[in-house]
Design a protein around this ligand. Structure first.
Ligand SMILES: *Cc1c(COP(=O)(O)O)cnc(C)c1O
Length: 429
């Protein structure tokens, strides 16, 4: 059914959708910041910093308590022993991104993990040395790629290939990437793209891209900062070489949270792959033999890329969040997400302002929950006015407002509030 027939702009309709929403009660599991009038704001910045699950306090307190009462014994006798803390994510982490247990590890932060993955999976040769990225590319990713190229002695002008949207378009076409690989794939060592683009909200067909890369013998990695916890993923079956994501956006694990990393099992099993080692990536059987066994012997799987022992206080919120995602499941989240974002799109179209253009793909299969609105006359000023109405969304300069209705805690009434505020400040027909 067309959205026009499915939805109504009446607030009573939003209330009906909320009443019917099976995930509605999960909103209560989160702290929602207040707007200027002291009431809960309509929070659409979960793509930047997700909200805090209420149970985080208890989990962090438990780690503090274990530390206070057990000291070093907390490594083995804590409620969740710190020695093997990262292993509690084996199953939930794998289910979240469509991996096999052992293909996912939580460690470091996203940009650090991109570097560690490039150490292993960007192995340039004389013939094959280029890296393909997309435009617009997140600054940290482009800095990571450029400094990796320089580290290996390459000039970005020669070795960095950027795929861009066609003139007059906002988003990439997979066919253009395929054509590029057809043309110069033999010189490409690595393709590194955002699974969901941070500016446009476009969800790429990662499976199709992985097939094209494989056909040309290129490694393929994805930055899933805006995809993990937002859209269903099948990283193992898609045969992706590696992927990295942060846990503070859709995954609600707190500012600077420990990040996630996927390494396909066919690489995880290869202990000869070059990598930067540290004791936590070593086989746990010999990890504490310390100076007695000075040879690094990486454990199999993604865990073999760990370097240091993990920051337990920073992992505790991730545990709470991953348990929550596992309980709900990405299928249910995606089902509600399609409704929420479809409703948002419907309401924005209803306003019909020619100062507002949706640049996110119209096809629900080609986007996650975020809609990006190109605003005539300045996005910053608009976002500020909306903030005054208790509506929180963020801006990507110069002219894009990003709106992310997230299915775990946003309601249909939140979306209605957004549209009402937008209507007031941009006017309509
Ligand atoms: C949020 C984000 C990052 C952030 O990197 P950190 O290392 O976590 O600071 C990097 N890349 C993309 C695409 C992002 O969206």
């Amino acid at each position: 059914m067309a959205d026009k027939d499915r939805f109504s702009a009446d607030v009573a309709f939003a209330k009906v959708l909320d009443a019917e929403d099976v995930l509605g009660p999960y909103r209560e599991s989160f702290h929602i910041p207040s707007g200027p009038n002291g009431l809960a704001c309509a929070y659409f910045a979960g793509n930047s910093l997700g909200l805090q699950p209420k149970r985080v306090l208890e989990r962090v307190n438990q780690e503090l308590y274990d530390w206070a009462t057990l000291g070093v014994d907390g490594h083995f006798r804590g409620e969740i022993p710190w020695f093997s803390y990262h292993e509690v994510f084996r199953e939930t982490g794998a289910r979240l991104v469509g991996a096999k247990p052992g293909e996912v590890v939580l460690m470091n932060s996203l940009s650090v993990n991109l570097h560690l993955m490039m150490v292993s999976f960007y192995r340039p040769t004389r013939e094959r040395y280029k890296i393909v990225i997309e435009d617009p590319c997140f600054p940290s990713d482009i800095y990571a790629v450029k400094t990796q190229l320089a580290h290996h002695g390459y000039e970005a002008g020669d070795a960095l290939v950027i795929v861009s949207p066609r003139a007059g378009e906002h988003t990439l076409r997979e066919a253009d990437l395929e054509e590029l690989l057809e043309r110069e794939g033999d010189s490409v060592a690595l393709v590194l793209l955002g699974g969901v683009n941070f500016v446009t909200g476009q969800l790429l067909d990662m499976q199709r891209i992985a097939v094209a890369c494989r056909a040309k013998g290129c490694m393929v990695g994805f930055d899933l900062a805006h995809a993990a916890g937002n859209v269903p993923l099948s990283l193992h079956d898609w045969d992706v070489d590696f992927a990295c994501w942060c846990n503070y956006k859709y995954l609600n694990s707190g500012p600077g949270a420990v990040a996630g990393c996927f390494v396909h099992e066919r690489h995880g099993a290869n202990s000869d792959l070059p990598r930067f080692g540290g004791w936590w990536g070593n086989d746990p059987a010999t990890r504490f033999k310390m100076q007695l066994i000075p040879e690094f012997s990486p454990r199999a799987g993604a865990e073999g890329w760990q370097i240091s022992n993990p920051p337990i206080l920073a992992l505790a919120p991730v545990k709470v969040s991953y348990d929550l995602f596992d309980e709900v499941g990405m299928d249910k989240l995606r089902a509600k997400s399609l409704e929420l974002t479809g409703y948002l799109e419907f309401l924005v179209d209803e306003i019909g302002s020619d100062g507002v253009e949706i640049i996110t793909p119209r096809d629900p299969a080609a986007r996650g929950c975020q809609l990006s609105l190109k605003i005539k006359g300045g996005a910053q000023a608009l976002a500020k006015k909306m903030q005054g109405d208790g509506v929180v969304c963020d801006v990507r300069e110069p002219d894009v407002v990003r709106v992310a209705p997230v299915p775990l805690y946003n309601s249909f009434c939140d979306v209605w509030r957004f549209a009402e505020s937008l209507r007031r400040h941009v006017g309509g027909e």
